[in-house]
Design a protein around this ligand. Sequence first.
Ligand code: PMP
Length: 452
Amino acid sequence: MPAPTDPAARRAYELDRAHVFHSWSAQGALDPMVVTRAEGSYVWDGDGRRYLDFSSQLVNTNIGHQHPKVVAAIKAQADVLCTIGPPYANTARSEAARLIAERAPEGLNKVFFTNAGAEAVENAVRMARLHTGRQKVLSTYRSYHGATTTAINLTGDPRRWPNEFGNAGFVHFFGPFLYRSPFHATTEAEECARALEHLEQVITFEGPGTIAAIILETVPGTAGIMPPPPGYLAGVRELCDRHGIVYIADEVMAGFGRTGTWFAVDHYDVTPDLITFAKGVNSGYVPLGGVIISDAIAATFDERVFPGGLTYSGHPLACAAAVATIEAMTEERIVEHAAELGERVIGPRLREMAERHPVIGDVRGLGVFWALDLVVDRETKEPLAPYGGSSPAIAELMGAAKKAGLLLFNNYHRIHVVPPCTISEAELEEGLAILDEVLSLADAHTTVGAVV
Ligand code: PMP
């Protein structure tokens, strides 16, 4: 993209290049788009061009941009109390905790607030270790749990590789993923059974008495949006119960409406011991995350001190935003809307595109949480970009989408369709039409070649 011509936007761009150090990037080659405003499903760049946001930023604006009730709640809170330390009680924090606990599975009634997802993971692991008196934590290879030291070591995705500085106690295993089955399974039932057998063996060989927790994204997100087969999470719950292991469900991305239910575990009828959340809880209008805690684990700390805390735990502006977000999502039936869009529009439309575009190897998802697995060859399932890498074909597709006014989320060889839960059907169709068009560019990079 050329630098903006509008003087204020151009200054933002130049100052960014001079002074801002960006996440997950080689700093030299960056060319960030200047965003000056946003509303609903759209954002505007420095020269006034409008883009449909099919990425929900980093899959966090579940309620869309600038929802008026949430903006008003932040302003109202700012007028009376902008900050208060963790030892005090405060209406915004208490009400946010109540609304979250009321939507969580039964038996999880307390909330520890953090500023974001990685800190939630850090504290869930700390709670599990203190509760069990054990050290090891098991997680899947196809996962992302955040970028702090513990969270990145638990992450299985290649972003872990340059970040392993020698911390002990993190063990990875294979979760179920039928499309690229690590177990050579051909049916969901087979994948489920073999994945559970594999996990049981990992537990046996690691030593059940050394394992504090298993952490699982209920529906793994950045690693590929892979809804688990029926019965898998119930099997994990049973293994955890049998061995006294804490089951942590990481719902930082999948929670708060993204999958068409308040929490993704609602689809699978399981109750974890701890749930981590962030993103959708207030759509990221003010940073907020946390851990929802089972009564049994919370009771561990009735007499014993919980040795952890954050200056901004339960920040009033963030909690006021959470209260307004959850209330608006409830009143406006936004979670139901997300479920309906996934079932009636997104799933069918993406599957129909897969029939026409040889580059689409697999379509997976639910709610407003979908992935296209792009391949060079459908038979071999060779990914369009290498694991952990990028490809010119993907860069071309992403660039063309942006030029046509569509922001997409891409990870390695996948395109994720993750718009706000509030997106209208007309907006969705507008974005899907652009996606359909730019997928033709990627088709040209398959063994079959372009199909018109
Ligand atoms: N867990 C999951 C499942 C995530 O998707 C993310 C962020 N993408 C995190 C944890 C980390 O959250 P944050 O970036 O807010 O620290």
